[in-house]
Design a protein around this ligand. Sequence first.
Ligand code: ZN
Length: 271
Amino acid sequence: MPDNLETRISIYQPEQQGLVFPEIPAFNSFAEEREYRKKHLVAATRAFAMHGFDYGFAGHLTVRDPERPDLYWTNPMCVHFSQVKMSNLILADHAGTVVEGTHAVNRAGFVLHSAVHEAHPEIVAMCHAHTTYGTAWCATGRPLDMISQDAACFYNSHVVIRASAGAVAVERKSGHSVADAFGNNRAALHQNHGLLTASRHSIDDAAFWFIALERCCQVQLMVEASGVKPVTIPDKSAQYSREHVGSDFIGWLHFQTLYDQIAATQPDMFD
Ligand SMILES: [Zn+2]
């Protein structure tokens, strides 16, 4: 996994050396890395359940297989986010064909993910769910305003996708138009649909920034509902926040809090 050395150095203050601090693991084999990615995918899915991101069978979280990057581990069709575990994950290809696992994939929704993955080989992981505030904000067709440090983590790294907005993302051509528009961004607000996040780093990073994005949408809706005009962060400050507290590594780091809590309290995730 790539890392942002500058960010790590700024976090690792010299006086903190020797104290407990999460470390990105190194792997000795594809099997080890696959196991890690699958565990963190399961935890990400359960984190989505904890945040109330479930909506029937809608929503996908994907992470590439480390050995066969043309294949993706994802959550199974019609299994609640809270009941996803190691043994019911499925491995699917670009076309949504399941090559490992006992469950079906929600192929109609999966095409959106696979199209973005296919068009962007550097994207390791993606998340999508039909969330309340994200869907509400996506109805506005507007990008986020830089009204908080958290929102600034999406400065110049999120895009509103209007193409084929009226069509439910079940057609392959709709997936391709989303993939084209996604660009180098970390997140997309798919108008009249919902949120997507992608990571070139890890499922941890994609999942954390998805949770953050949903909250940013909620906060902006609350501020706008108040009728009070918010103060916005200057571009230079927003850029600084994006680089220092909004890096891919910071997304990974935030997620370790959730991973540890879920692993400790939901041991059936490892079944
Ligand atoms: Zn969807």
